[in-house]
Ligand binder design. Structure first.
Ligand SMILES: NC(=O)c1ccc[n+]([C@@H]2O[C@H](COP(=O)([O-])OP(=O)(O)OC[C@H]3O[C@@H](n4cnc5c(N)ncnc54)[C@H](OP(=O)(O)O)[C@@H]3O)[C@@H](O)[C@H]2O)c1
Length: 377
């Protein structure tokens, strides 16, 4: 647990006009009190006014006091986390905002919208009355999603932008042409790639390495730069940046992916603080396992379970947290995983655990491919 998380949770809980109330002054008072207490003992000891045994008792008292403060702080942190979780995963589900009004624009932009989490965001945002600017690379799949939205949400407008984010800077002029003249209320920076299945960095092709940078990192920044000025001019808007549960934990065999998601996490949270008071909501989303093409490489991720969500379950939960939490997994079982990863086990345990697990998946995949090839012969 670090001081920053503690303040963030508390400020989210109190939410006074978007500005949190910080517990830091109270914590600083505690620390100052402890230091002055220790200093007093030191002075007493030097002046010979206190016997060694009574100094020992005083020290014991200070240590007990510090211990109690530490435990109280930890317990308070857990209680605040539970209350914050109830607020974003239960209370938020009960209130359904009118999204176009709340975020000051009728249009939502969803990148990587032809499959998985992005497709579900596009569908659910349309069901909530938003027009959708659909951005992905495959024309047929884009048309299918457009058709699906037309059937599910008649009256909602859609527009297609066919671009490949792996091409880097050159594609943004085309996207800018479609964004121009539209009131963008919500941007979902969803597009992302990963090794599927996980594998060693040294085995990645040059294209794969650049894809991670252009798709996972550059697209988030460039898309934000495109829509943010319009949102600022209207004083309203929401940007959802899809990072990952692994953004706080280095992961071998998915090293570039985890690092790129750490970038998204840091960029998104920095921007969120920078834009406080502007009327723009920036949400960092850190999903755990969701059943999509990206996770299709392992048996464990193909069936829904307590920790593995379908896209519908996941996005229904995550979308409800928009405006209620600035940095969240979006789904409470994933929140539990993050709590265990960040607070209990931390990266000293999680990095080797992911490494072993991905290594096992890597071996299983190699075995499967070898067996398939043997069968063909
Ligand atoms: N699934 C999970 O368990 C999980 C967990 C944590 C975070 N996430 C994050 O969630 C986001 C969505 O992941 P997902 O699991 O839904 O992935 P997915 O099922 O593979 O879908 C990715 C979407 O992005 C599009 N796309 C991929 N590369 C593109 C490119 N170069 N240019 C344009 N579009 C491109 C895909 O289009 P095509 O159909 O043409 O490929 C597809 O529509 C990602 O940022 C991912 O890192 C996922």
């Amino acid at each position: 647990m670090n001081n920053r998380d503690f303040e963030l949770n508390f400020s989210r809980l109190l939410k006074v006009k978007g500005h949190g109330i910080s517990l830091k002054p109270i914590w600083d008072l505690f620390v100052a009190h402890c230091i002055s207490y220790l200093a007093r003992i030191q002075v007493d000891f030097r002046c010979g006014a206190t016997s060694v045994s009574s100094t020992g008792m005083e020290l014991q008292g200070v240590l007990t006091f510090l211990g109690l403060v530490w435990v109280a702080r930890w317990v308070l942190h857990i209680v605040l986390d539970v209350v914050a979780a109830l607020r974003k995963f239960v209370w938020a589900r009960l209130s359904k905002d009118n999204l176009p009004i709340k975020y000051g624009g009728k249009w939502a932009v969803v990148t990587g919208c032809t499959d998985g989490i992005g497709k579900e965001y596009a569908r659910q945002l349309a069901q909530r009355g938003m027009n959708i600017l659909l951005i992905a690379r495959n024309k047929d799949k884009l048309n299918n999603v457009k058709q699906l939205i037309r059937e599910e949400s008649p009256g909602v407008e859609t527009e297609i932008v066919q671009v490949d984010f792996s091409h880097g800077r050159v594609i943004y002029q085309e996207i800018a042409r479609h964004v121009e003249g539209k009131n963008i209320g919500i941007l979902v920076n969803n597009v992302g790639v990963a090794f599927s299945p996980p594998r060693k960095f040294v085995e990645a092709s040059e294209d794969e390495v650049w894809d991670h940078v252009n798709v996972n990192v550059a697209a988030v920044v460039a898309m934000t730069q495109l829509v943010l000025p319009g949102m600022l001019a209207r004083g309203r808007g929401a940007i959802i940046n899809v990072a990952s549960i692994v953004s706080s934990c280095p992961v071998s065999y998915q090293g570039i992916y985890a690092a790129s998601k750490a970038f998204v996490d840091f960029f998104s949270e920095s921007l969120s603080w920078e834009l406080r008071g502007s009327g723009i909501t920036v949400q960092t989303l850190r999903p755990g396992a969701v059943i999509t093409n990206m996770t299709n490489f392992a048996e464990f991720y193909r069936k829904p379970s307590f920790f593995v969500a379908t896209t519908k379950t996941y996005v229904t939960s995550a979308l409800a947290t928009l405006g209620h939490s600035g940095r969240t997994t979006g789904y409470w079982p994933h929140g539990l995983q993050v709590f265990l990863m960040d607070e209990i086990f931390n990266r000293r345990f999680c990095t080797p655990m992911f490494g072993w697990s991905f290594h096992a998946q890597l071996k299983a995949e190699q075995k499967r491919v070898a067996e398939e090839q043997a069968k063909k012969k």
